[in-house]
Each structure stands twice: as structure tokens, then as C-alpha cells.
Design a protein around this ligand. Structure first.
Ligand code: MN3
Length: 202
């Protein structure tokens, strides 16, 4: 059975960038609901119960039809949010350094050019979805709770939730303001760690 991961920081830790109200609602209600519905779907498909979430999502199109959508939406929701919490930190922000910083500058020309392109992708997602930075430093968008694993791609280095539930309480309809604020809490240490492991494994 899957369970809601604890945050490594308090609900109010991201301060003015992402409020306590959003963090509490997003984690304890939205994410909890994905976990509960994922577990309910697996109750109905006992043969899938022992498989890691990455295995279920990577194989999503082959799962039994009667639970496929539930696992896609709620398993995706659980996986995406479990990472999303780690990608933010009260000590975040700034710019990536080291190997990751160099690689981003090589590919995009500058950190600013990278964030500009990422932000443009985030604003281009119609309705609910995510933007992802992949280990090859390409940018990918997905709808709903889909993620790159579902199309056979690698697990992302970084991702941003652009569902309205992620920002509406603080930013209303201004997704641009949310994305701009979010850069101040990005946990580049975690992203750099994922990058170094992906390079080693590729
Ligand atoms: Mn969300």
C-alpha cells in the first residue's frame, strides 16, 4: 500500500512564495486523495500490488483496462507530487552550480535563457499538467498527472505542477507570477543529485 510521504519542511516554510494554505491543501488533501485512490485501484487488481510505482507507470498502457485510468491519474499524481515536494526547499532558489549548472549553460546559453524557456513551456500548458526537465536537459510537458515515465522516457530531474490547485489561492489566475516565484524555492541540490546519478547510469 502506498502512503503519503512527509514533507522535510513545514507547511509554512516556503513563506511568501507558496503559502501555508496552499501547501497544506496540496499535500494533505490533493496528494492524500491520489494515494487513497491509487490504493483503492490496486485493491481491485491484487496482481499489481507488489510492483513499484515506476514499474506501474512505465507499463501504463499494458495494465488492465478496468484500473488503467485510475492508476494513470492517481499513480501519476502520487509519483509526481512525491518528487515535487523534494524539488522545493526553504533554502532553495539561486542557480544550479557544478556539473548541472555547466550543462544547463552549455545547452541553453545561460541560466536565464533556460528559465525563460521553462517558463514559456509552463505557460503553454493548456489546463492542468506539468513541465519537466529531463536528464538530457530537454523540456517536456504533460497533461493532467501524466509524466515522462508513461511514454518510456527517463524519470525527470525537475518538474513543476501547473494545475490551478498549485497556485490559485496565492496567485489566482496568474500562472506567470507563480512560476516566477517558484524559482525562489527550487531545491537545486536535489536536481543536481538526480542529474549526477542519471549521467552515471546512462
Ligand atoms: Mn498538484
Amino acid at each position: 500500500m502506498f502512503s503519503l510521504p512527509e514533507l522535510s519542511y513545514d507547511y509554512d516554510a516556503l513563506g511568501k512564495y507558496i503559502s501555508k494554505d496552499i501547501m497544506q491543501l496540496h499535500h494533505s488533501k490533493h496528494h492524500q486523495t491520489y494515494v487513497d485512490k491509487l490504493n483503492a485501484a490496486l485493491d481491485a487488481a491484487p496482481g499489481l500490488r507488489d510492483r513499484p510505482i515506476e514499474s506501474l507507470l512505465g507499463d501504463i498502457d499494458s495494465l488492465p483496462q478496468d484500473v488503467q485510468s485510475a492508476i494513470r491519474n492517481n499513480g501519476g499524481g502520487h509519483y509526481n507530487h512525491s518528487l515535487f515536494w523534494q524539488w522545493m526547499s526553504p533554502d532553495g532558489g539561486g542557480q544550479p552550480s557544478g556539473q548541472l549548472g555547466d550543462a544547463i549553460t552549455d545547452k541553453y546559453g545561460s541560466y536565464q535563457a533556460f528559465t525563460d524557456e521553462f517558463t514559456a513551456k509552463a505557460l503553454g500548458v493548456f489546463g492542468s499538467g506539468w513541465v519537466w526537465l529531463q536528464p538530457d536537459l530537454s523540456l517536456v510537458t504533460t497533461a493532467n498527472q501524466d509524466n515522462p515515465l508513461m511514454s518510456g522516457q527517463a524519470s525527470p530531474l525537475l518538474g513543476l505542477d501547473v494545475w490551478e490547485h498549485a497556485y490559485y489561492l496565492d496567485y489566482k489566475n496568474k500562472r506567470n507570477d507563480y512560476v516566477e516565484a517558484w524559482w525562489n524555492v527550487v531545491n537545486w541540490d536535489v536536481v543536481a543529485d538526480r542529474f549526477s546519478k542519471s549521467t552515471v547510469n546512462s
